[in-house]
Design a protein around this ligand. Sequence first.
Ligand SMILES: C[S@@+](CC[C@H](N)C(=O)[O-])C[C@H]1O[C@@H](n2cnc3c(N)ncnc32)[C@H](O)[C@@H]1O
Length: 295
Amino acid sequence: MSDLQEGRAKILQRFDEVYEELASSVEDESIRLMLQYTHQLHRLWRPLLGVLPLPEGGRFLDVGTGSGLVPLEIATTRTIDAVGFDIESRYIAFAERFREALLSEGILDSTSQVDFRLGDLANLSLESESFDVILVREVLQFLVDPQAATDSLFQASKPGAIICMSDLDDQLFVSYPEHSDAFSRMFRSIGNVQRAQGGDREIGRKLSYYLSQSGFAIQSVFAIPQARHFVETENDPERLFVIEQMKEARERVVSSGEMSDAQFTALIEQIENEPQCERYRFNARLVAIGQKPRA
Ligand SMILES: C[S@@+](CC[C@H](N)C(=O)[O-])C[C@H]1O[C@@H](n2cnc3c(N)ncnc32)[C@H](O)[C@@H]1O
């Protein structure tokens, strides 16, 4: 490893440690688990950040920024002018704490501007033609009208700007042994409710279509695969995160008539008490990159 690579690896290690220290001290369990889960996903993505073609001094927009991982990691290597916004004030508060902690560690470019704002992509007024690079990672799946959101990002892009969208597609999720009946039933019911509310867990395959319909020229589409063989212990972060999401969905699932409150309680208990299991899992994130025509 060259000195440069070694220096970079040390910075990233400290970046991850600072994140984990802060995330593990968050009291709200659902926020804490989400922070830990997105960190895992982010590590998969890390090698790709370097390919985001940010011109020196260019403006970067991170839509649904969550904990601000992406703009803050970019700011450990270069000067950027970035805005990250999110609909959830607790993520924005975390992102600001994370930025301050990195600054005090001295691993953030102090001339970079990384601002975090509260905002809903569905009704956000972004300045026209003001961003050079836009990232929308794991956000579109939650929106009622992804096409309208993509249209507004087209307006906010400078001519020649690059947009990178990435999301899941549940049909790519493969597990062996298959999940228990209780888990599968709960997973299906929550998917039904998310769909009924306008969300889409098969949005990955549609990203390039939305981009193209908004006027972006498609530059590339690809997948980030992840295959694991692991022992799913009681404390596996992904398992805890999924169970927490299930619990959060209780009111929606019950009021939609998918199942009664008693059935929900019984299923959650079964899922929580499932024995530790050795498992193969495959999943993939789909990515589409578009460019706004110059003229
Ligand atoms: C799975 S997290 C991804 C966070 C971040 N993009 C990342 O990849 O690390 C989804 C994020 O989208 C945000 N979100 C959901 N709907 C949104 C909306 N309508 N406007 C802005 N943010 C939204 C959530 O609050 C959450 O932070």
